[in-house]
Write a protein that binds this ligand. Structure first.
Ligand code: WT7
Length: 650
């Protein structure tokens, strides 16, 4: 394939404005991998340290003794870096520009001075309720400024936050509260989104039934809607009003945990990804500034939710560490109609816009008129994240939204990586529709042969994606289970961090991410372990066994395809399919609702009883012509039945 045919080079205007042009990228990248200590010692100066670090990097990727430390002897406070240090020069500048779900409700501009005051107030309330250094606080909140206040309030007093996406079910919330041993949960009465309201407080009550009685619940009044209050509940809105507006910031070690974020893996229940303070913030700030080419006066908007890592690094920590104005949007792309994103861009004169391919595909399907009705001339940079973007969606984003003026940064990274790992930089790289292009500074991608684990040296390569060295934003451990951390990321390919993704490097040395090679699926940019959906299904009394795989879906990227074996004597019916869909939705949350369910009298298993998912994937993808070797199956006949009754007959 001739990759040059589809290369877009940045305009002169983009290049001359950019923090990093092509020559500077080459020079900086070389230094970052030849002398990581020197390079990162310099970059650490982006932050205000209480004690500047002298020990820069201490990393061991050897399975059995994995240890990752950056800036280890430095001390700082993350909230001080995101708020206080800007007061001298930007007190009256907007820090958070909040756009509510309902376009009729007024937007709010929260200045850095107000941000400081609110963070301090909330920190004081947390302290009043016994929260201190190292304690865990779970946040289960709508996309409201209080979510950012809460994250920064925790950081200010040295507590560790764990944000749980507001779309998760009470069960999922309860698991996470227990998983990290939280002392306090911060929630809101209700979360408005798309004109509807989710009863967060009542979900929290249901979750807390399964938690320690001492867990306190602090409630933000978002809608003022009816909620039941119990003895343990605190009206956080009122408590903040009464709290002092100043609160000293704790001096934290660079390697003290900043937050835990649960994410899905290929096996078992979600794991608590741990990010620490110094390295994470240096990396979030640097990638935010350079990837999005952010300058003073910009209005930067990332449409993610703070429940995901994208919201952590690129709505809250990166932008605020840089003293930027970050737009926070409570709603979704298609309410009241499919023009909402573009109306918000026009209303606030957004300069950088960062979203997920699934949203782009959904909006593309609604027609161009929704876009062209808004004035998008303020836009300079467009970004995508979360899954591979198909060339059609890329072209639409580029032509219709970006009017061929705005470079698209296709940012590849993960919850585990803290920030962008592979991405074009606006003024430094050409772009190719669907390619993540080039590594960020300090990042050393390698393509490995999947079986042997051998590094492929040729420029053109196809295999699995791993990383040969650490970068400051890398996760440090799995909360409470360092062994799981080592086994998940460092066992299969010795000496590397293994991403779980497949990848291709083209003749120009540019990287294309081809999707997960493990049992993780990516549904509308939301990451899900097929094992989680399976365990929800088998928890239903009528289900004997279940196997879940992804299949290509026009809008979601991947859909959830479930093969279900019922208990003997249970009759299969369409009603039962609906019942199971509702069940999984309740067990995990709306994002996990199965798209297709196929009744499977038997599942293809090896003689040792292992389900051969490769075969199930092929059938779900409608690609059963190439099933490969089925001779090791205990009962090859089950495959014919599954093909016969496949659900994805597109
Ligand atoms: C997985 C990580 C990082 C924030 C959002 C998702 C996929 C992510 C891209 C991209 C192709 C991508 C990978 C990765 N992914 N960005 N630009 N191109 N694939 O974070 O939930 O931790 O998911 O998302 O498969 O492993 P996450």
């Amino acid at each position: 394939m001739n990759d040059h045919a589809k290369t877009f080079t940045p305009s002169d205007a983009t290049v001359s404005r950019a923090h990093v042009d092509h020559a500077r990228y080459a020079e900086m990248y070389a230094r970052s991998v030849e002398d990581p200590e020197g390079f990162w010692a310099e970059e650490a100066k982006r932050l205000d340290w209480r004690r500047a670090p002298t020990r820069i990097k201490d990393v061991d990727f050897t399975h059995g003794s994995v240890s990752i430390k950056w800036f280890e002897d430095g001390t700082l406070n993350v909230a001080e870096n995101c708020v206080d240090r800007h007061l001298a020069t930007r007190a009256e500048q907007t820090a958070i520009l909040w756009e509510p779900d309902d376009p009729e409700e007024p937007a709010q501009a929260i200045t850095y001075r107000e941000l400081h005051e609110n963070v301090c107030r909330m920190a004081n309330v947390l302290k009043d309720h016994g929260v201190g250094r190292g304690d865990r606080v779970v946040l289960y909140l709508p996309m409201i400024p209080e979510a950012a206040y809460a994250m920064l309030a925790c950081a200010r007093i040295g507590a560790i936050h764990s944000v749980v996406f507001a779309g998760f079910s009470p069960d999922a919330l309860g698991q996470r509260i227990n998983g990290c041993g939280a002392k306090v949960v911060i929630t809101a009465d209700e979360a408005p989104r798309g004109g509807r309201k989710t009863a967060l407080k009542s979900n929290t009550d249901k979750a807390l039934i399964h938690c320690d009685d001492r867990v306190k619940c602090l409630v933000v009044k978002r809608t003022g809607g009816q909620t039941t209050w119990t003895g343990q509940d605190v009206d956080l809105t009122a408590a903040m009003r009464d709290a002092a507006t100043d609160c000293p910031a704790e001096e934290m070690g660079a390697e003290d945990p900043l937050f835990i974020l649960y994410t899905s893996g290929s096996t078992g229940q979600p794991k608590g990804v741990v990010h620490t303070s110094g390295g994470y913030l240096v990396y979030a700030a640097m990638t935010h500034e350079i990837t999005f080419d952010v300058h003073d006066g910009d209005i930067y908007w990332c449409t993610a939710d703070v429940g995901w890592v994208t919201g952590h690094s690129y709505i809250v920590y990166g932008p605020l560490a840089n003293g930027s104005t970050t737009l926070m949007f409570e709603g979704g792309p298609t309410w009241p109609d499919a023009s909402r994103f573009w109306q918000v861009c026009e209303k606030h004169a957004v300069t950088q816009f960062y979203t997920a391919p699934t949203a782009i595909r959904a909006l593309m399907g609604q027609g161009d008129a929704y876009v062209t009705g808004s004035d998008l001339s303020s836009l300079r940079i467009l970004g995508t994240v979360g899954e591979p973007i198909n060339p059609e969606a890329w072209a639409w984003y580029n032509d219709v939204v970006g009017q061929n003026r705005c470079p698209i940064v296709d940012t590849y990274w993960q919850t585990e990586t803290g920030g962008h790992l592979i991405t074009p930089l606006p003024g430094a790289h050409a772009t190719k529709p669907g390619a993540a292009m080039q590594p960020f500074f300090g990042v050393r991608p390698v393509v490995l042969e999947p079986e042997s684990g051998k590094e492929i040296d040729d420029t053109e390569a196809s295999g699995v994606l791993a990383f040969a060295d650490s970068w400051p934003g890398q996760m440090r451990t799995v909360w409470g289970d360092h062994e799981r951390f080592e086994n998940t990321y460092f066992q299969q390919y010795k000496g590397y961090y293994f991403s779980g993704d497949g990848c291709r490097r083209d003749a120009d040395g540019d990287y294309w991410i081809t999707g997960r090679v493990d049992d993780v699926i990516n549904v509308s940019g939301h990451r899900m372990g097929t094992a989680e959906v399976e365990s929800a299904l088998v928890a239903h009394e009528k289900v004997a066994e279940a196997a879940v795989v992804g299949y290509p879906h026009d809008v979601k990227g991947q859909g959830i395809y479930c093969y279900v074996t019922l208990m003997t004597g249970v009759e299969a019916s369409d009603e039962l399919k609906k019942e199971l869909q509702t069940w999984v939705r309740q067990e995990i949350g709306p994002i996990a609702k199965p798209d297709l369910i196929q009744w499977a009298p038997g599942l293809p298993k090896t003689r040792s009883g292992k389900i051969m998912r490769r075969i199930l994937r092929k059938i779900a993808e409608n690609d059963y012509g190439s099933l490969g070797d089925t001779s090791t199956l205990a009962d090859p006949a089950v495959v014919d039945d599954l093909i016969e009754n496949r659900q994805n007959k597109g």
